[in-house]
Structure formats: structure tokens, C-alpha cells
Ligand binder design. Structure first.
Ligand code: HPA
Ligand SMILES: [Zn+2]
Length: 336
């Protein structure tokens, strides 16, 4: 088992579904609360961790947005992202496409510039210090209005060369993809790639809408697509990547038990599934923990793990030449 676990940690991989605000560990939350003199409703790190007991997505989101309140300056965003990059590098991550939620900050009076410049300085440091490349995905909060999403896209315009894609997250049910069809069309016209959370709690119809009305290049989660055979066939035919997050699925009760997780069924169906951590500080593990937990629960083979890592590169928004280099290194690692 230790060999298997070491194989997972060393497996070169990309992480494609990571909310940087969801990598805020309780220790850093306390440090930033002190630094910025922000009151938090917890007395200790243990008390924070004890509060992370969720029965659905909204339970989690309430705590996630409250936690983000300690993030105030560009130094905070830099420190947050650097802590994630260090931890990810230890898990074999060589490339990360990280989502950020600007509206969770601009709505509290934090300038977009502070958020993005802090993240970008960490991205540069991760490349020079850790050899880890990264890009940013601007995620719109779907519980807010189309108008607010347009205003956020407008704010991002001076930084477009540093943003690879737009995404869609937050409370899924009741906020279908079609609500943002026009914003995503505008983002695509600006040259951005498109991804959206769909089929986490929402029905298969939302995955269908994300394809039809947003023109997504990738689907975040996508679990519930499995309920619709024709939809699965379409996702397979289009070679659509799904960014699956096993420990998140467990913590948010998308699955009752990891033993019931559909990851290997997705692979068997020919879906391009990947493994990701989503909000590692809240869900109990970084990306290698997710690989290990699901490999253990579903008896995945080495070949499955290599396939998942391969999918993480082919599903990335890297240029084809960079993908080819990563795939060569992965095959060399797998052949050892
Ligand atoms: O898992 C998630 N789902 C939806 N919105 C989110 N925002 C952070 N994490 C998530
Ligand atoms: Zn997510």
C-alpha cells in the first residue's frame, strides 16, 4: 500500500478544479484574522475544523464565504495561493488551473486588483520556486445576477491576458446555466475558455444546458450526467473532460459513501474523468488524498490512475505542445 500511495504522490498531474478560497486552512484563517484585525466566530483551529460538517452544498458555501472574509490585501491572496501551490507540488501537481471568486471579495469592498495581483504574484513565484505552472479561471457566482457577472467581466478586462477561462460556481439548484448564456458568449468573444459547475447537485438538464447554452470546454463535477444515457454518449463523443472531486462529493453528500463513487464507472463509459480537490481545506484532503481515497474505496488499478493523470493534462487549457511534454513525462513515470 505504501508503494501505491508513493506512486500516487509522484504521479505527474494537473489540478483542474480548485477554488483558491477553498484552500484557506484554519491556521492561515487565524493568522489573517489577526493580521487584519477581523473577528471570526471561532475560538480555535479545532473549533473551525469541527464546524466543517456539511449536509449539502449550501451548508458548505455559507461557511466558505464567511471564511473568505479574512482575505483583505494582495499579500493575503499571495500567501493563500502560495500555501496551496506548495501543498500541491508535494502531491505531484505540475500544473494547476485555479478558480477564484472575485465577487466574494469585490462585494465586501476589496478591489479586484488586490485579489488578482496577489494571486498572480503567487503564480509567478510557484513557477520560479516550485516549477509549477498555473493559470487563473475567473468564476462567476451563479446565485448573483447576470448584470453582476457582466460587471465582473468588465472589471477583469485589464487582466485578460492572465485569465485563461471563466467558470460558474456557487449554489447550483435554481440557478441554471442559461441564466448566464449572454455573459459566457461575451467571455468567449474575448478569447476566454469556458467551464461551469454542472450536475453536482443540479439535474442532468443543467449539464445539457452548459453544453448547449454556454458552449463549455469542460464540465466541473458532472456526476449527475450519469443519470442520462444520451447525455453520457454526447459527453463521450465530444471528448468532454469532467473535473471530478471525490472527497468533496463525500463531504457534500453527493455520494453517501466513497465505496459508491462513480469515478471508475465514468472511466469505463469512456468519459474523460479527472480527480481534483475542489476546496481541500474544507473537504479533508488535497489532490493526492483524493486519488488515494477513491483508489482505495473503488480498488482502482495503476492503469486507472495513469489514465486519470493523462486526462488531467489533455483536459487542461495548456497549449498542445505543453500538453505533449507533460504526457511524455507521465508515460516515462508510468513505465518505471
Ligand atoms: O463545490 C463547489 N460547488 C459549487 N460552488 C463552489 N464554490 C466553491 N466550491 C464549490
Ligand atoms: Zn467546485
Amino acid at each position: 500500500m505504501t508503494d501505491f500511495f508513493a506512486f500516487i504522490a509522484g504521479l505527474p498531474k494537473a489540478e483542474l478544479h480548485l477554488h483558491i478560497e477553498g484552500s484557506l486552512e484554519p491556521e492561515l484563517m487565524f493568522e489573517l484574522a489577526q493580521r487584519n484585525r477581523v473577528a471570526i466566530p471561532y475560538a480555535s483551529v479545532e473549533e473551525v475544523r469541527a464546524a466543517y460538517d456539511f449536509s449539502n452544498l449550501q451548508d458548505f458555501l455559507d461557511i466558505y464565504y464567511a471564511g473568505a472574509d479574512v482575505l483583505r490585501t494582495r499579500a493575503d491572496f499571495h500567501d493563500l495561493a502560495m500555501a496551496y501551490f506548495r501543498r500541491a507540488a508535494a502531491d505531484g501537481v505540475v500544473h494547476a488551473e485555479i478558480m477564484f471568486d472575485p465577487q466574494a471579495h469585490t462585494d465586501r469592498g476589496i478591489a479586484f486588483e488586490e485579489v488578482i495581483e496577489g494571486l498572480l504574484s503567487a503564480c509567478r513565484a510557484a513557477e520560479s520556486e516550485l516549477g509549477l505552472t498555473s493559470s487563473l479561471i475567473l468564476s462567476f457566482l451563479r446565485h448573483l445576477s447576470e448584470e453582476a457577472a457582466f460587471a465582473t467581466l468588465e472589471m477583469a478586462k485589464p487582466w485578460l491576458e492572465h485569465i485563461v477561462a471563466v467558470g460558474l460556481d456557487s449554489s447550483e439548484v435554481g440557478h441554471p446555466p442559461q441564466k448566464f448564456a449572454r455573459v459566457f458568449a461575451a467571455a468567449r468573444a474575448l478569447g476566454l475558455k469556458i467551464t461551469a459547475h454542472a450536475g453536482e447537485e443540479g439535474p442532468p438538464a443543467y449539464v445539457h444546458e452548459a453544453l448547449e447554452m454556454l458552449g463549455v470546454d469542460r464540465i466541473d463535477h458532472g456526476n449527475r450526467a450519469l443519470e442520462d444515457e444520451a447525455l453520457v454518449a454526447r459527453l463521450v463523443a465530444e471528448g468532454m473532460t469532467l473535473t471530478v472531486c471525490p472527497l468533496s462529493n463525500l463531504k457534500l453528500c453527493v455520494v453517501d459513501d466513497l465505496a459508491d463513487h462513480p469515478l471508475d464507472r465514468m472511466l469505463e463509459l469512456g468519459l474523460r474523468a479527472t480527480v481534483n480537490s475542489d476546496d481541500p481545506a474544507y473537504f479533508g484532503g488535497y489532490v493526492a488524498d483524493n486519488y488515494r481515497a477513491v483508489a482505495d474505496a473503488r480498488a482502482l488499478s495503476r492503469e486507472d490512475l495513469v489514465m486519470l493523470a493523462r486526462n488531467s493534462f489533455t483536459g487542461s487549457f495548456l497549449p498542445p505542445e505543453a500538453i505533449a511534454v507533460h504526457l511524455d513525462r507521465l508515460e516515462a513515470y508510468a513505465a518505471r
